[in-house]
Design a protein. Structure first.
Length: 108
């Protein structure tokens, strides 16, 4: 699924959203997640998974063409760990449904 597929799905599920509104919503969520990860924060979405930053220490690598040693600096890379519900859904091939909000009971 691509970003544009996600926008299309959002616009299709929520008729009150225009395509432009759905595109803005997806952009806003992804930008907020990117900003949080860039600041070193952890993102946890219950039932889906968590995003965090892993640190890769500096190391010595080799230039494949010349064989010379090259110093590779430290890196911070994003890491995704799927939640239990997502792992099980992928394993069984079932669709993950988000929990429905309970409807308030009417007093009769």
């Amino acid at each position: 699924m691509t970003r544009s597929d996600l926008v299309e799905e959002l616009a299709a599920r929520f008729a009150q959203l225009t395509h432009r509104d759905a595109e803005l919503a997806v952009k806003t969520v992804l930008d907020a997640m990117s900003d949080a990860l860039a600041k070193g924060h952890r993102i946890e979405i219950r039932g889906f998974g968590s995003f965090s930053i892993n640190r890769r220490p500096p190391r010595v690598g080799r230039n494949p063409r010349s064989g010379a040693s090259v110093q590779i600096p430290e890196k911070r890379v994003p890491h995704f760990k799927p939640g239990k519900a997502l792992r099980e859904a992928v394993d069984t091939g079932t669709v993950v449904q988000s929990p429905k909000k309970a409807k308030p009971k009417s007093k009769a």
